[in-house]
Design a protein around this ligand. Structure first.
Ligand code: SF4
Ligand code: SF4
Length: 492
């Protein structure tokens, strides 16, 4: 009995079992190792992705004394995100959101052009599953050996191999979880603290949490994450059309299938010899010859498997290939159709991407290194003074996003004769208040503003707080109000 027949039998048994259950049991997938250009490309991408992931937290970046020296750091405790020379504050979170939106639109564009390239090559789930499967194959043998081992009763050799496989999986998962933590805390420091038992409980907790997550998703759940858990396959169909490149079985060339070995003198038929090599190579356990399916992550391993078969049977390679549905339909009719990269949807995605990129670049370049927020006191709303003037209190927050100490001038526009003083500071009111600000800090001051507004018809007067860097001359304005009794000044 051929291998595909065994698979057919398994599916038949599965369907019989499903008849008695509300939910189908998982059919375990035992992908067969393949060799070829796609597999080699996937290895290269996997190595690049993993190297970047594990080593990036160890990259150093000199930001001056007292500041983090890690190139990429999401410093949650100090509310900062560092990416080489770029430093984002919580106020800049919209930039991060813009970056994510840009990434999403880029993914839309890539998907509309090349299908699920992300899923098949760079998605973390694919990368780690690939790595875990390679370890499984290295320890337990290739597909047939693994299937036989799992079907047979447990013995010492199987136990030893399973223990070894899971141990290696757990070490990689732990390494992965630990590396993730290093994006949030200084890598060398936390490594030392981890091994000397001085790291925080959160570090230990999240390291083990991510270890467990990686182990379960990469080792156990595997293709089920792509098929059942990930939302991306559900809506990526909206980005695809018949001009998108996907892994495609060229049915016009392969059908009718000829089970067994094809010979040049044999009966005329398609190039597919129904060997099932493409099915057994598939990490999601599907048959690409059934057309585009939700489970297909476009990894292209079935291409390698089929190319190998085509080589052996001395036929043209690429029976399974990357192509568009439109080109396949044209080829079936013997017509050549050109690749159409420029289409309405790719134009829309590209335009949105370019606009978002330009906007984000402009926002980054012109981003102010100075932040000001003003919060007026609610109680008391105002204080009438003995000389007839009014006093309002404000909480002023100054964000100095530079790496040097700065001196600022604070004044109030729209309120002639306004005098300012810092509560608990020099009591002498002045028109322009001088405020120092530490580098890379948010400083808070309570400022009292005294004035005699001309008239407060509805009890309020709009004012502008103007903050000016006394060295660079850069300034920022915050709109606020000055409060007093209704009709203040009307009768004076
Ligand atoms: S059908 Fe081919 S491209 Fe799709 S997931 Fe399976 S092996 Fe990868
Ligand atoms: S590997 Fe190629 S020849 Fe074999 S079943 Fe798949 S498509 Fe047909």
């Amino acid at each position: 009995m051929s291998r595909i027949s065994k698979d057919d039998r398994r599916l038949q048994l599965q369907k019989e079992a499903e008849g008695n259950h509300l939910y189908a049991n998982r059919i375990r997938v035992y992908p067969k190792t393949v060799h070829g250009v796609v597999r080699r490309t996937k290895w290269v991408i996997l190595i690049v992705c993993l190297t970047l992931y594990y080593l990036a937290p160890w990259l150093r970046w000199n930001r001056g004394p007292g500041r983090p020296s890690q190139a990429i750091l999401l410093d949650i405790s100090h509310e900062r995100f560092y990416f080489f020379n770029l430093e984002l504050w919580p106020q800049d979170i919209w930039l991060l959101a813009g970056l994510l939106i840009m990434g999403a639109v880029f993914l839309f564009l890539v998907t509309s052009l090349f299908g699920r390239l992300w899923c098949g090559y760079t998605c973390p789930q694919t990368v780690w599953t690939d790595l875990f499967m390679w370890i499984e194959q290295w320890v337990e043998g290739d597909r047939n050996e693994r299937m036989q081992r799992d079907a047979a009763p447990l013995n010492a050799d199987t136990i030893w191999k399973k223990v070894l496989k899971h141990s290696i999986w757990l070490i990689i998962a732990w390494w992965t979880g630990g590396a993730w933590i290093m994006y949030y805390v200084d890598a060398p420091t936390v490594t030392l603290q981890f091994w000397t038992g001085q790291a925080s409980n959160q570090v230990y907790f999240f390291t083990w949490l991510f270890t467990l997550t990686t182990y379960l998703l990469g080792g156990w759940a595997r293709e089920q994450v792509c098929t059942y858990m990930c939302p991306w396959p559900r809506f990526q169909a909206a980005m695809l059309d018949d001009q998108s490149f996907t892994v495609t079985y060229q049915g016009w060339r392969g059908e009718p299938r000829m089970r067994g070995k094809r010979t040049e003198t044999g009966p005329s038929g398609g190039d597919c010899i129904d060997c099932g090599a493409c099915v057994t190579a598939c990490p999601t356990g599907i048959d690409i010859r059934d057309g585009i399916q939700l489970e297909c992550i476009n990894c292209g391993l079935c291409i390698d498997a089929c190319n190998h078969v085509m080589e052996r049977t001395k036929q043209d390679k690429w029976l399974i290939t990357w192509d568009t549905l439109a080109r396949q339909a044209a080829k079936k009719s013997g017509v050549h159709e050109a690749i159409k990269i420029i289409r309405p949807r790719t134009i829309v995605y590209l335009t949105v991407l370019l606009v978002a990129m330009s906007g984000l670049t402009f926002a980054l370049v012109t981003r102010s290194t100075l932040g000001l927020s003003v919060l007026r006191d609610r109680a008391p709303v105002f204080v009438p003074l003995g000389d007839g003037s009014l006093r309002n209190g404000y909480t002023i927050k100054i964000a100095n996003k530079t790496s040097s100490v700065a001196a600022f001038d604070l004044s109030v526009d729209g309120l002639p004769g306004a005098l300012l003083t810092v509560a608990e500071g020099d009591p002498k009111p002045v028109p322009v208040l001088q405020l120092p600000s530490a580098s890379d800090e948010v400083d808070t001051f309570r400022v009292l503003v005294t004035a005699r507004p001309k008239a407060l018809a509805d009890g309020s007067q709009p004012v502008d707080f103007v903050l000016r860097d006394s060295v660079t001359g850069k300034q920022t304005i915050y709109h606020s109000t000055f409060m007093g009794p209704q009709n203040y000044g009307a009768n004076r």
